[in-house]
Design a binder for this molecule. Structure first.
Ligand code: GLU
Length: 499
């Protein structure tokens, strides 16, 4: 049997990490088996439609590096691939079930149904449809139609059946049919319900494996009944574990404290290879300690057997860490392309600046490439360096209050003035000479120079930072600091001026 799998989102917004993971697992499985991956939009819930949602989801899926063999935008032999373009197909299959008695018309009004449910609740029963319209004859239908009464089509759930299936993730699963209640397959406006449309579509599209979120496990018995009624063999099912938040609860889309949509990560300057690597490990594990996998490696290793049953915790910190690993593999120029819009937005880079401006930002990227976890972080990390000096904190004050500080700063100043070139290598040499001349080394030497030049006790490597700031800026800052603090001890003013 050839493998045919699908990702079937409702286009109700942006691509969520849960949906992206489902899409990825389906895609990996298809590519691993040399099968077919299908994209299908289940858009019958008109109330939840969002403008351009399909387009946005397609964009995010492609950004992740996924492609599909059949879908609304690429076509295919089993189309159309959008539910609202398939309405006649659902109606035809509903008519078939009405014909064979697997379905019946239900004329109960929403108010009647609500009253019925309320009574059941009062009696302490699980609310479900009572089956009131089950026994209406065709003559009754004609009469009610003549009265202009709208109807839904309900599936006639057989009584007393145990519905068993083998889930590829959860193993043997069973549900009692008596708990289900006759459910609507076609609404009074002619729209199919999810459970019905999904079976008609999966059946006609010859889907071999349904890989989807665990929240659909309890829909599966309803769907298996519809397969049986239509005389079709059900596909294999694999229900992938829930995604949990860090407190172990189901991750809620409404929780705005954590970014949950692929677009948000793209906007923050995450890279797709990190996203797919992270998402793949959200509920699947290849075994062993290794964590970094490229998309082709994931394709090679992916199997449904290694998809876990228990909830997978979405850990944004881990994702950040993984993204940082991938950023480090990028060339400086590529990193700059990722960071550029963020630098412009923060006002650190000028879009009209020529090659020089770009070169300067490239230097900034080099300074922070090992610290940055996502591109949008660069302005946060580096604005102090570009924009100038801020107030010193107590730790910095302490550095400058050490007796050796003025010695280190003035000695470095003198070396800096005469350096043949203002490069990290030359600056390093200057620091070495200062070390020799003053006997100061390590922090005792670097910290006063660092604080004097940047007013901060931490940052990227000192020679690199000084090179980035430029000789003029560094000398000016050192001079004014010496003037403010140690004017009575040392005088570098004259030398600075005669330079
Ligand atoms: N439209 C459904 C969803 O987004 C698809 C479920 C399924 O794959 O059957 O959850």
């Amino acid at each position: 049997m050839s493998v045919r799998v699908r990702y079937a989102p409702s286009p109700t917004g942006h691509l969520h990490i849960g949906g992206a993971r489902t899409a990825l697992f389906n895609w990996l499985y298809a590519r691993h088996c040399g099968g077919t991956f299908i994209l299908r939009f289940e858009d019958t819930d008109r109330a939840r439609q969002v403008e351009r949602a399909e387009e946005k989801m397609i964009r995010s899926l492609r950004w992740l590096g996924l492609d599909w063999d059949e879908g609304p935008d690429v076509g295919g032999p089993c189309g159309p691939y959008r539910s609202t373009d398939r309405l006649p197909v659902y109606r035809e299959h509903a008519a078939r079930l009405l014909e064979t008695g697997w379905a019946y018309r239900c004329y109960c009004s929403p108010e009647e149904l609500e009253a019925e449910r309320e009574q059941m609740r009062v009696r302490g029963e699980m609310p479900r449809y009572s089956g009131k319209c089950r026994h209406l004859t065709r003559r009754d239908w004609d009469r009610l139609d003549a009265e202009g009464r709208p109807y839904t089509v309900r599936f006639r759930v057989p009584e007393g059946r145990t519905l068993r299936f083998r889930d590829l993730v959860h193993g043997d699963v069973s549900f009692e049919s008596d708990g289900i209640g006759d459910f609507v397959i076609l609404k009074s406006d002619g729209m199919p319900t999810y459970n019905f449309a999904v079976v008609v579509d999966d059946g006609l599209m010859r889907i071999s494996h349904v890989i989807r979120g665990q929240e659909h496990l309890s829909n599966t018995p309803n769907q298996i009944l519809i397969y049986e009624a239509l005389g079709w063999e059900p596909p294999a099912f694999a229900h992938v574990s829930l995604i949990l938040n860090e407190s172990g609860k189901k991750l809620s889309k409404r929780d705005e404290s954590v970014a949950q949509f692929i677009e948000q990560y793209e906007a923050l300057g995450y890279v797709p290879e990190a996203m797919v690597n992270y998402l793949a490990l959200l509920g699947w594990s290849p075994g062993g300690e290794r964590e970094m996998f490229s998309l082709p490696e994931l394709v090679e290793q992916f199997s449904l057997e290694r998809v876990g049953k228990s909830g997978a915790v979405f850990d944004p910190q881990k994702l950040r860490w993984m993204n940082a690993q991938y950023l480090r593999r990028r060339k400086d120029e590529e990193l700059l392309d990722l960071c550029w819009p963020h630098l412009v937005q923060a006002g650190l880079a000028d879009p009209r600046s020529g090659p020089e401006g770009r070169e300067r930002m490239l230097a900034l990227v080099r300074l922070y490439r090992d610290e940055m976890e996502y591109a949008a972080q660069l302005p946060e990390l580096a604005s102090w360096l570009v924009e100038g000096t801020g107030e010193m904190g107590p730790a910095e004050e302490e550095v400058l209050s050490s007796p050796a500080a003025s010695v280190a700063v003035t000695a470095f100043y003198r070396e800096a003035e005469t350096l043949p070139a203002w490069t990290p290598g030359e600056i390093q040499n200057a620091l070495k000479r200062v070390q020799k001349a003053t006997g100061l080394k390590g922090r005792a030497l670097f910290m006063p120079v660092r604080v004097a030049a940047t007013r901060r006790g931490h940052g990227p490597g000192l020679p690199e930072v000084l090179a980035f700031l430029g000789r003029e800026t560094v000398l000016n800052r050192l001079r004014s600091l010496v003037g403010e603090r140690w004017a009575d001890q040392v005088d570098i003013q004259t030398q600075g001026e005669t330079r």
